[in-house]
Design a protein around this ligand. Sequence first.
Ligand code: XMP
Length: 514
Amino acid sequence: MDKEKIIVIDFGGQYNQLVARRVRECHVYCEIYSYKTDLGKIKEMAPKGIILTGGPNSVYEENAAKCSEELFHLGIPVLGLCYGAQLMMHLLGGSVCKAPVREYGRIEVTVDQTSPLFGDVSEKTICWMSHNDYIEKAAPGFRTIAHTADCPVAAAENEEQNLYAIQFHPEVLHTAEGKKMLHNFVYEVCHCSGDWKMDAFVENTIQEIRKKVGSGKVLCALSGGVDSSVAAVLLAKAVGDQLTCVFVDHGLLRKDEGDQVEAVFGPEGPYNLKFIRVNAQKRFYSKLAGVEEPERKRKIIGEEFIRVFEEEAKKIGTVDFLVQGTIYPDVVESGLGGESAVIKSHHNVGGLPDYVDFKEIIEPLRNLFKDEVRKAGLELGIPDYLVYRQPFPGPGLGIRIIGEVTAEKVKIVQEADAIYREEIAKAGFDRSIGQYFAALTNMRSVGVMGDERTYDYAVALRAVNTIDFMTAEAAEIPWEVLGKVANRIVNEVKHVNRVFYDCTGKPPATIEFE
Ligand code: XMP
């Protein structure tokens, strides 16, 4: 495909995904490749520009991640960032060594505004630095275009050959004018036209899928979550009824969720795909009967899910492709670099490929962040309620019910959760809170309803704000909202007479409530 793109060569730095994302924000398509990627392949891709990322090594170490020097002589503009900058200097004859003063954090940098990289950038600008080594002397043919109090070469350029090296990280927001610098590289150095937008991504991806799939058969495990929904719609638009989506309703979905998924993907929906809804509620409930231990519940749900899926897949027979809604944050770097990436098993329907007879996996969203996936979803015309769906764990309500899972308890938690979500949305917090849901404690206590004594369950409400889902803080929800939710739940949901709000963060608690 000869669409305009910039590639990022990954040397194992922590901000690499951000670099690609910033380029895409400049409306130029961008992908990440491992530093081990063959030079021939890079030439074939003919990118408009190449960005070398940061990384944990020192360029002068024996086993340091390196690229071929030839990369700088392809006639393609190259921008080296941090380690990438040092590597460029090192390979082209400059000198890199341990810095006498290690720079870390926000540092004032003085830039030469006559460089194309720094057009429109303030002469003194705050940049994010994080390095132990520094460029002591730029390579021959380069001129220094930025410095700090402790770093004589904070940036260097060889304008004729379109080579640029910068010691700091323009991709992080702490670098005040970093976006401008990347924009300058993309437009002033690489001369991109900037015609990439989400609609172009969608259109190009559909074309690519068509080419790849040909007349093959495609199978998709649809969960109803954002990622698998967007992946399924892309496939459906590309190959129509060559796609079969299997949606397993394990009876642990949120209220009406199964019907909502069916409304979009089923025969009444707008897509001409084969949709199989497996109503396996009873199977799951009977496997879960009497089981209280959370890890056991997870295992049972996971194993049963695979079994159901496998049975359906067998009915379909051999398929050529299996679709997965893997997105960038699911991709875990094994060693280094995007090329050698493997998939996290925990967050996906782990193990599926072992159970299904297929030739190849298709992962159309592999290079996108969550918010980009959402934009693609909107572009594809997927309803808002699916696109903005919160994270929902594979084991579903099975891990939001303490103790044994029963059909009755599922119903209670579904109703309570629906009320909670409705009121949060009414209060206008539905897009600002990271994740929120109702869970069912296993606690029953005495209450009074009318003149009658009750002995019923307590519902726990959870709401957290989080950036990475590794740590989280309980969200502050106004009392009037919580009060209204509590009031509605005890009045409208049978067998609930108390409502708690969980104020714990993660750690020590987890986000889920199991
Ligand atoms: P915890 O409870 O571990 O959750 O703090 C962190 C995030 O991960 C989600 N989660 C899961 N997602 N399968 C999933 O797809 C799972 O088994 C699973 N367990 C937890 C959880 O909803 C939260 O967003």
